[in-house]
Each structure stands twice: as structure tokens, then as C-alpha cells.
Design a protein around this ligand. Structure first.
Ligand code: NDP
Length: 384
């Protein structure tokens, strides 16, 4: 099987390449990155890929020079990403880009008729109604990579009528590094503290999203789109150990969940090999070694990003998701660069949702406009 792997140099991308190394019949066809052209060139050589694309156009020549003695085709920019995403030489496109930059490549892959495995949750947060509609028209089932959504997807496999039988989704959350604390106790948080996630090693943006719980809010929206449920059917439960990756409750009260060690290679590989299961390089789970498993309610007053996402989910067919996602990207980036306080993220997202008007998210233009307006609002919020 051949894959177009977008975001190949990131946390999910490199773990996906690990799976390709373990299963040589899964081979990358095209690889993309944002700016890291050296790593991209290295992987292109290792896997002799057909196409590479660097999103930052100013690095095109540097990447071309790195690969000048190979047959690999070199692309750049947004158009290049969409071309790499829709390269028909592959059987599936894996989108592991971070942020709303993943939206158009997802669209391009679906339009080309490619199967899509999606880690890039921002695609669905910003443009879920449009993207799911497109996937439906094309007869493509988007396979989730996010561990929670993979767990839900796996838990639903035994049901012959998932829509009729599914009562609710139990979306588990580690709670991030600051769980159990109140806002007054969480002053002067620097990026180093916020990046110290208790269970998962991930890219910096999603790690900050986990610390603010924006990530769980995004996952709630993602779950509504992927599984066709209303926000009221999604219960967020804090589960500090990240062993139960999420569960579903059926109409008879039976709860089926998926457990495993917190290792993204399991859901990534399942998305690639579905419906088959193959050996995976991840450690097996020892239930006796993992100790107590605990479940608690989230604190949506302290972690206001989760509350904002719940409000945005109530307007799921509008650009509310694109607005909060765009604002969040600007605020997180400012926090990581020492230009914003940790709580500016929570407050800026809530203010963006309240002040930027949302419209139906039925076209890509509307979604991109929502994203732009959310970013502009967040910049103005920070400059006050
Ligand atoms: P990383 O930051 O580690 O990697 C992001 C990838 O996207 C890199 O290849 C990066 O290239 C590329 N990229 C960055 N900006 C752009 C851009 N503007 N255009 C095109 N490509 C770009 O992120 P993660 O791997 O952690 O996350 C990727 C996605 O998967 C996110 O949506 C995240 O929410 C989701 N996810 C991640 C999990 C994890 O465990 N990491 C778990 C579940 C979901 P470069 O290296 O050159 O910057």
C-alpha cells in the first residue's frame, strides 16, 4: 500500500514513518513538511519517494538542491501540498499537518477520491460540515488517527447499526499538566511548564492545547462530525492515566471502550491497516502494572477553552469552529514565543467566539474567512 504522508516531519508523521519501517508493504509515495526541508529530504531518500512538498515557498530551492541527485519531484506552497495530497499513485492520504493549514490538502485528497486517514483535527474543527459532506458525496469514510476517535471508531466496529444504537460517546481526557488546579493557583505559567504533558509526547501546539483543554474541546467537535452525534451525546471524562482512550455507550447501556498504552503508533497503524490488525512496535498493555484507573468530571470554569468549544459545538454547522481555531492558533503561537500569557489563550478564544459573527460553514470560502477573522481578532486582542 502506498500513502501520501502530509506533515511527515512532525510527531505523528515520524511515528507513521516508523510504521512504514515495521511494515515494508506500507510505503510513502509523497511526503510534505512545513519548513524542515533537511528532515524531509532525509526521509525522501530513505523511502525513495515520488514527490515531496515544502509548504514554505522560500525553502523550495534549498530542498531542490538537497535532492538534486534523485528522481524525486519537488513541490512547494499551498498548491504543492494539495498536489501531494491528491497524488493518485497512492492508496491513501494521511494528514498529519498541524493547524488549519491542513484543511485545503484534506479537501484536495477527498476531491481526488483518495481515502483519508486524519490526524489533523483542525480540518474538522474549522470545516467539519463541509468536509464530511464532501467525503459523503465521494463515498469516502474518513478514518480517524486521533487516539480518542480511533478508540470510538474501534468500539463501534461490532455494531451493525452504529447510528441507531449509539447512545453516547465517552470522550476521555488526561486533563493535561494543570488538572485539579484553579486559575488563581496557575499564575506565571511559562511554555516549559505547559509543555510538560504527563502522558503523551506530541508536537508543541497540541501539547499547549492539552494544557488549556482546547484540545478536548476540539475533539468534542471532531467527534460530532465524525460520528454524526450531537454535542449533548458526548461526555468528557477526565481519566488521568490515558489507558482507556474513549468508549461508546449503546442503547442497551453496554459500554465498549478501547484500552492500550499511550502510544500513537497503535491508532496510526490501525488507520492504515483497517479493517486488519497487524503487529505494532508499541509495548503491550499490562493492566496489573498500570495501577488505578480514575474517572472525574472536567472543570470547565477553570479550563474555559473547553467551555468555548462546547458553545461552538452547539453551532456546529457554522464558522464558529473556524473562528475559535484561527484565534487559538494565533494565541498559542504568541504564548510559545513569550508574547502572551497562558490565560490569554482561554480569554482570547472566548472573546473571539463572542465577538466574531459566525455564518454557515457551507463553503471553503466561508471557512477560510472565519479562520482569517478569528486570527485577526486574536491579534487585536493581544495588542490591547
Ligand atoms: P507537529 O508540530 O509535531 O508536526 C506538524 C507537521 O506539520 C510537521 O511536519 C510540520 O512541518 C508540518 N507543518 C507545520 N506547519 C505547516 C504548514 N503551515 N503547512 C504545511 N505543513 C505544516 O504536530 P503533531 O504531529 O503533534 O500534530 C499533527 C496533527 O495531529 C495536529 O492536528 C494534532 O492536533 C494531531 N494529533 C497529534 C497527536 C500527537 O500525538 N502528536 C495526537 C492526536 C492528534 P515542520 O516539521 O517542517 O514544521
Amino acid at each position: 500500500m502506498k500513502i501520501n504522508l502530509l506533515g511527515a516531519t512532525g510527531s505523528i508523521g515520524t511515528q507513521c514513518l516508523d510504521i512504514c519501517r515495521s511494515h515494508p508493504d506500507i510505503t510513502p509515495n509523497s511526503l510534505t513538511a512545513g519548513r524542515n526541508y533537511k528532515a524531509l529530504a532525509m526521509y525522501a531518500r530513505e523511502f525513495s519517494v515520488r514527490t515531496v512538498c515544502i509548504a514554505d515557498e522560500s525553502l523550495y530551492s534549498a530542498l531542490k538542491t538537497e535532492l538534486s541527485d534523485t528522481d524525486t519531484r519537488v513541490l512547494c506552497g499551498r498548491e504543492g501540498l494539495c498536489e501531494a495530497a491528491s497524488d493518485k499513485n497512492a492508496d491513501m492520504t494521511v494528514n498529519a499537518i498541524v493547524g488549519a493549514a491542513g484543511l485545503l490538502p484534506t479537501e484536495a485528497a477527498l476531491k481526488s477520491g483518495s481515502k483519508v486517514a486524519l490526524a489533523n483535527k483542525e480540518t474538522l474543527v474549522a470545516g467539519g460540515s463541509y468536509i464530511m459532506g464532501l467525503a459523503k458525496r465521494k463515498g469516502i469514510h474518513i478514518i480517524p488517527i486521533d487516539s480518542e476517535h480511533s478508540a470510538i471508531f474501534q468500539s463501534l466496529q461490532g455494531s451493525r447499526d452504529p447510528h441507531g444504537e449509539l447512545r453516547k460517546i465517552i470522550l476521555t481526557a488526561s486533563g493535561g499538566p494543570f488538572f485539579g488546579k484553579k486559575r488563581e493557583e496557575l499564575k506565571n505559567i511559562d511554555p516549559e511548564k505547559a509543555l510538560a504533558h504527563p502522558n503523551w509526547s506530541m508536537g508543541s501546539k497540541i501539547t499547549i492545547d492539552s494544557a488549556t483543554m482546547m484540545n478536548k474541546g476540539f475533539e468534542l467537535i471532531e467527534a460530532c462530525h465524525l460520528f454524526g452525534v450531537s454535542p449533548k451525546q458526548v461526555e468528557v471524562v477526565i481519566h488521568r492515566q490515558s489507558i482507556l482512550h474513549s468508549a461508546v455507550e449503546f442503547s442497551d447501556g453496554a459500554v465498549i471502550g478501547q484500552l492500550g498504552v499511550p502510544d500513537m503508533r497503535i491508532p496510526i497503524q490501525y488507520a492504515l491497516t483497517f479493517p486488519k490488525r497487524l503487529e505494532c512496535p508499541a509495548q503491550p498493555l499490562s493492566l496489573t502494572a498500570c495501577g488505578d484507573l480514575t474517572f472525574e468530571e472536567p472543570d470547565t470554569e477553570t479550563f474555559g477553552c473547553l467551555k468555548s468549544a462546547m458553545k461552538a459545538a452547539d453551532a456546529i454547522d457554522t464558522t464558529a469552529g473556524a473562528i475559535i481555531n484561527g484565534a487559538n492558533e494565533v494565541l498559542v503561537s504568541a504564548f510559545l514565543n513569550g508574547k502572551a500569557d497562558f490565560w490569554d489563550i482561554t480569554d482570547g478564544v472566548a472573546a473571539a467566539l463572542e465577538n466574531v459573527p459566525a455564518v454557515p460553514a457551507d463553503t471553503v470560502e466561508h471557512i477560510l474567512e472565519g479562520d482569517r477573522a478569528g486570527r485577526e481578532f486574536a491579534r487585536a486582542f493581544l495588542s490591547k
